[in-house]
Design a protein around this ligand. Structure first.
Ligand SMILES: Nc1ncnc2c1ncn2[C@@H]1O[C@H](COP(=O)(O)OP(=O)(O)OP(=O)(O)O)[C@@H](O)[C@H]1O
Ligand SMILES: [Mg+2]
Length: 392
């Protein structure tokens, strides 16, 4: 069975060959912003890239920064990841740089493996950086420049960390981060996250602070890969597979074939089969979709999509967005002009450009698709069905 929420790694990781190839090729010259909303498989892809790079004997560090709240905390995570990487920490000149920078950094780096030592080290580094993170941060560039080979740094949930910082701190951090990328020619970042980085940087320094990144978008699975995932699970579970069953599952999910949505349906099918001995046929799949996914048990699966409007949109934007989504979820395409009418009514703003900005945000956050000819519709059929039930 597919993992239901945790990243798909090892044998569970399916497809994404094109994306991985594209990422590795862009990394030769540039750093990458990985663009995709929640649950599209970003972390799984980042972990796969980490494995590919490590297998090629490259230096690769992985930072998960969702719980980072300040510049000094972010820098602490970088220093820890550098020290934890054997290829880096074995170099004598690097250890002496660290010792020069942090007075408490003693000879006993060999004890590093013990969790207690690591925890103490992390809090000591952070306390030290708190006093003067910009001054001490020079040491990070020094270490990176001393490591002659490329260093690949994968940062998951980056926009959340920036959003967590106080705005002045966030702006200073983004300036520093940009300078680090400019001055360290052997450093590459793959930065990803579930919320729109553009929205987050808009209020703290603006787009110019991240415009050196090359953007790689992650979409849902192609139909063939989606069917391969389903077939693989049927095989593993020893359920007999027919084309029509795979087709029915994809019909319920609808485009886009978001990996997590596939995992949700398959695990619901498994539960119904194990607990109630339900036979898997087209009718039962449809029933499971309606009762388990769209029923009360399924409410929590998509709640983050609704919650995100509250957290990342202003009150007025949220109000207008909800009113527009409420209309769009009822059918297929909805006219953009009518949506502008709703926007005016909800916000009292008669400005088409501001309305278009909101549509761009909703498209970038994968709520809607905006087709200039036909109008607006939900990006995902499954999310649309869910929205209609709970927010329609
Ligand atoms: N390549 C893949 N092969 C198989 N399943 C996948 C793949 N990518 C994603 N999934 C499914 O989607 C789920 C979410 O994957 P992952 O955690 O990588 O997404 P994410 O975009 O990082 O999510 P979040 O927004 O919560 O951070 C996994 O638990 C798995 O069910
Ligand atoms: Mg993730």
């Amino acid at each position: 069975m597919l993992p239901l929420g945790n990243p798909a790694i090892g044998d569970d990781f399916i497809d994404r060959e094109k994306e991985i190839e594209q990422i590795l090729s862009v990394l030769e010259k540039d750093s990458i912003l990985l663009i995709a909303p929640r649950r599209f498989g970003k972390t799984s892809i980042m972990r796969k890239v980490e494995k590919e790079l490590t297998d090629q004997n490259k230096i690769c560090i992985f930072l998960e920064v969702e719980d980072v709240y300040s510049s000094e905390h972010f820098l602490t995570e970088i220093v820890m990841a550098l020290v934890e990487n054997e290829k880096i920490s074995k170099k004598k000149n690097i250890i002496s740089t660290l010792k020069d920078s942090f007075k408490w950094f003693k000879e006993n780096i060999e004890e590093f493996e013990t969790p207690l030592f690591k925890a103490k080290m992390r809090s000591n580094i952070q306390a030290d950086l708190k006093k003067d993170w910009k001054g001490k941060s020079k040491m990070i560039s020094e270490i990176i420049n001393m490591t002659e080979s490329n260093i690949y740094s994968i940062v998951d949930e980056f926009p959340v960390a920036v959003k967590n910082m106080k705005s002045k701190d966030a702006e200073e951090f983004l300036h520093w981060f940009r300078k680090l990328r400019q001055t360290s020619k052997n450093l590459r970042f793959i930065v990803g996250g579930s919320v729109s980085i553009d929205r987050v940087v808009r209020n703290v320094g603006g787009a110019s602070l991240i415009n050196d990144f090359k953007r790689v978008s992650i979409d849902g699975f192609q139909r063939k890969s989606a069917l391969d995932v389903i077939k693989k699970v049927f095989r593993e579970e020893k359920w007999s597979y027919k084309e029509s069953l795979g087709g029915k599952i994809l019909e319920c999910i609808g485009e886009a074939y978001i990996p997590y949505f596939i995992a949700i349906i398959l695990s619901a099918i498994k539960e119904e089969k194990v607990l109630r001995g339900v036979e898997i046929d087209e009718e039962s799949i449809e029933k499971i979709y309606n009762s388990r996914i769209l029923g009360s048990k399924g409410k929590h699966y998509f709640e983050p999509y609704s919650y995100r409007l509250r957290i990342f949109y202003s009150d007025m934007e949220e109000k207008a967005a909800r009113a527009i989504l409420r209309k769009i979820c009822r059918g297929d395409y909805y006219s953009a002009d009518l949506a502008f009418g709703i926007f005016k009514q909800e916000t009292g703003i008669n400005d088409y450009d501001i309305f278009m900005d909101l549509l761009a945000d909703l498209s970038n956050d994968y709520y809607i698709e905006h087709d200039p000819k036909n109008g607006l519709k939900f990006y995902s059929k499954m999310l649309r069905d869910w929205w209609r039930l709970y927010h329609g």
